[in-house]
Design a protein around this ligand. Structure first.
Ligand SMILES: Nc1ncnc2c1ncn2[C@@H]1O[C@H](COP(=O)(O)OP(=O)(O)OP(=O)(O)O)[C@@H](O)[C@H]1O
Length: 614
């Protein structure tokens, strides 16, 4: 090998070592962070650890007491003590053994109780922090990350962190004491027999650790497969009408079967890893026990040890068997906590890109004028593709601005910039001269309402759905909003009226009714700027006319922006902006745009061509 090759191999090895070291460093800091969170409950931690130490000490006393009791019994029998006297002599150790076992049980109960309490408190705090973070993370984050993955992190990863205290930290203390002190006691009593009795420990510790780590890797694969399965199922349920309409049940079944088969294969792998390993560990334990019986038996015959000592050794071995096997579970608990914790903290530490500026002040509305100053925008995940280019327009209180244009031209994107769902990448948007990036988000979102294309309803009553933005609103206002959205009479006809539950588990509403309900919800907010983002597409023309008439009254006190494909919905606007490819290519009133004979006129002609359905 020449020196260059040696050099590059050394470099590769170094960078590998660096990667490994960095990974270890990250794992360690994650575990330290979880440990610190646990220690924020010092009393419960102290009680859990204290109970663990007491339970371990008492458990270690049991073999000694048992050995002594056997020796006493033998002395009583050998010394020819009368039956009743021998029985009397055995009472004390028997009662003592019972008391120690009962106390050990109590301390174990306390250990479990306090350890679980610590875990549940940490989980509660993390759950709140996680939910809060998800609420505040910007839309660009939610565009990137699948909602199913967020649910998995919030449920399963949080569970891994919750279990860390009871399955890793408490176990370290318990196992160290039981194995360490147990081994010391056996070796100090009879070094040779002690070493033979402990001979199974290294093998079982190694085997259980490696098995658990292999099991963990397979579990992670299985977990991934199961989340694929749940995604397939979720999608199938959400799109059940499409599946049935396209008679695609067998295709869907095939897709599900394929994902299930992989999961089945992995579940089999788990059994293949687990079963031989458990058998090997049990065999090594009984092999060591056989050796102790054989060597200890010889020592017993030679009078080097008593029967009681022999009984002590065998009991110690039986007691140590479980903790030694649990070393693997403990290693697994550390590994699980570090991987679950790093995913969870990765999300909790995400930077919130859309948030209040340092010196943000509440928005103050006086004239109610909205301005776009040379606004440009590209979505954060596709930064090199400009969606909006140098857009400028102004809308005063009482004015209605209509935005029209081909699909994908950027109309909804314009709407999403006003409440700062995304930040502009060039130029600025102002409300009464205040850059929306310099005012508090809460005040901005109270002032700007967007009626979205997707009419989302919460699974609750119609009343609660309408009053979502103002939970303390009086019934009269809620009904007024219902009337505004031309929904009041329909709601009164429902069995429970405004108390009727809607949403996934409630009464099914038609697409148009859902849209009207979301319009009513927005009307409750009394915003300074309201955007109807194609939110009447599913509403029939007659109802739309009535809503428009009501909107005109409502529009007097605010800026109204209407995004629509049907020109009949926006002809009355004070200003119509024709947007194409992120640019305003035409602007003006309906008649002016018709006279221009440009893009708007072409669209108008297309929609009003005799014989065509508008
Ligand atoms: N979250 C997003 N991330 C990346 N690109 C996006 C995102 N949302 C929309 N786009 C892209 O931005 C462009 C403009 O989309 P937008 O929804 O603003 O168009 P639109 O004019 O409202 O269309 P439509 O009339 O169909 O509702 C489209 O090319 C779309 O693919």
């Amino acid at each position: 090998m020449n020196s260059d090759a040696v050099g590059s191999a050394t470099n590769a090895l170094n960078s590998l070592t660096h990667v490994e070291a960095a990974r270890w460093g990250r794992d360690l800091s994650t575990l330290l962070r979880i440990t610190r969170m646990n220690f924020r409950h010092p009393w419960q931690v102290a009680f859990a650890m204290g109970s663990t130490i007491m339970a371990a000490i008492l458990q270690l006393l049991i073999p000694q007491l048992l050995g002594r009791a056997v020796d006493q019994a033998q002395t009583a029998i050998g010394g020819g003590v009368a039956g009743s006297a021998a029985g009397q002599a055995l009472w004390t150790p028997a009662l003592l053994l019972l008391a120690v076992s009962a106390l050990r049980g109590l301390f174990t109960m306390a250990q479990n109780y306090f350890a679980e309490a610590v875990g549940h408190h940490v989980a509660y705090e993390l759950r709140l922090a996680y939910y809060d973070k998800i609420q505040r993370l910007s839309f660009s984050f939610h565009d990137r990350v699948h909602s199913g993955d967020l649910i998995t992190i919030g449920m399963l990863d949080l569970q891994g962190v919750r279990m860390y205290f009871s399955t890793a930290l408490v176990r370290v203390v318990l196992l160290t004491m039981l194995i360490g002190i147990g081994a010391y006691m056996m070796i100090s009593t009879d070094p040779m027999l002690g070493l033979v009795a402990l001979s199974f420990v290294p093998f079982v510790a190694w085997r259980s650790s490696t098995t658990q780590l292999r099991l963990r890797a397979t579990w992670l694969d299985l977990y991934e497969r199961l989340s694929v399965l749940s995604r397939v199922m979720k999608e199938n349920l959400a799109g059940i009408r499409v599946v049935r309409a396209f008679a695609a049940q067998s295709y869907e079944m095939l897709k599900f079967d394929r994902a299930s088969k992989t999961a089945l294969g992995l579940a089999k792998d788990l059994v293949d890893i687990y079963v031989p390993s458990t058998s090997a560990m049990t065999l090594s334990f009984f092999f060591a026990m056989g050796l102790v019986l054989w060597i200890g038996g010889n020592k017993l015959v030679a009078g080097e040890i008593s029967v009681g000592t022999m009984a002590t050794f065998l009991t110690f071995m039986t007691i140590l068997q479980m903790p030694v096997r649990q070393i693997g579970l403990m290693v697994n608990a550390f590994a699980r906590a570090s991987s679950c914790g790093s995913r969870l903290f990765g999300l909790l530490d995400q930077e919130i890109t859309i948030r209040d500026a340092l010196n943000a002040r509440p928005l103050e509305i006086s004239e109610g004028t909205l301005r776009f100053h040379h606004v440009s925008f590209a979505y954060p995940n596709v930064e090199n593709r400009a969606i909006l280019k140098n857009l400028s327009f102004e809308a005063r209180r009482g004015e209605t601005i209509a935005i029209v244009g081909p699909q994908g031209s950027g109309k909804s994107t314009m709407a999403h910039l006003i409440p700062r769902f995304y930040d502009v990448t060039g130029g600025a948007i102002t409300l009464d001269g205040q850059d929306i990036r310099n005012v508090t988000l809460e005040s901005l979102r109270k002032a700007v309402a967007v009626v979205q294309q997707d009419a989302f309803l919460f699974t609750t009553t119609i009343e609660n759905n309408i009053a979502y933005g103002d939970p303390w609103a009086k019934r009269q206002r809620i009904e007024h909003a219902g009337e505004f959205a031309q929904l009041h009479d329909y709601i009164l006809g429902l069995p429970a009226g405004y108390e009727t539950v809607v949403g996934e588990r409630g009464v099914s509403l038609s697409g148009g009714q859902r849209q009207r309900l979301t319009i009513a919800r927005t009307m409750m907010l009394r915003p300074s700027v309201v955007v109807f983002d194609d939110s009447m597409a599913a509403i029939d023309a007659g109802t739309e006319q009535r809503i428009r008439a009501a909107t005109r009254r409502f529009a007097k006190d605010r800026v109204t922006i209407i995004i629509a494909h049907r020109l009949s919905a926006l002809m009355h606007a004070d200003q119509i902006l024709f947007v194409d490819n992120g640019e305003i290519v035409e602007r003006g009133k309906h008649e002016e745009l018709l006279a221009k004979r440009g893009r708007y006129r072409a669209l108008y002609d297309l929609q009003t061509r005799p014989g065509d359905i508008i």
